[in-house]
Design a protein around this ligand. Sequence first.
Ligand code: C5P
Length: 244
Amino acid sequence: MLDRDELRKKIIVALDLDSSEKAVEMVQILKGEVGLFKVGLELFTACGPDVVRRIRTEGAAVFLDLKLYDIPHTVARAVRQIARLGVEMLTLHAYGGPEMIQAAVEAASQEAGRLGIPRPKLMGVTILTSQAASGGAQGPASIPGISVEKMVVFMAKIAEREGLDGVIASPHEVNALRQNVGPKFLIVTPGIRPQGSDEHDQKRTATPQSAVEAGADYLVIGRPITQSADPLMTVRNIIDSICS
Ligand code: C5P
């Protein structure tokens, strides 16, 4: 059984907000209660790398979720820049293939080594949690005869083999992943919805408690926290719900 402090470190708050001020305010409220803050496409394109520096100045750790996907050279150069920001974690699409993944890992290691800082953890995006498990013309999830679970496990094995630290996957695939990857390979799950909260556009969701029980190392939670009237109380209730 994990204690409150260990559970707290598993929570990643998705700062899907449109200004540095709103993001820093949320960080100031929550930094003692969660492990990491995720800066994604909206906040990064609105505010640029400076918002990452501002969050770091608050003493908080950053997960930079830019979901890189390009030719190996371009991804490697972007990863070097990201490593300089001192983030704890970053994302790239596992779908980018072995060469892209290897180039990213090598760039992160070299740049962190050169700066004498810890290498950011590189996490592979598998299949977006907004894609349903079946039906519809919804991208890779709808390839006939191949389940989302099989595709996620397939991509995770490539990611692990090529040196990524873990993957992003929906809570529904955590069990299958745990059986197919090593115990140290990290699993980060978005699509987390506390009991009774709005699903928004997420399709393959689970409660915080069931995701942790299935073996998730980190839970990404955005709107249920950032859009709540009292984000601090919401986070505390989430941690209580996992403990109970
Ligand atoms: O608000 P919500 O809790 O749905 O936020 C989930 C966050 O996780 C969003 O920032 C989204 O971009 C991200 N994410 C996701 N599914 C993935 C990878 C990232 O929902 N597969």
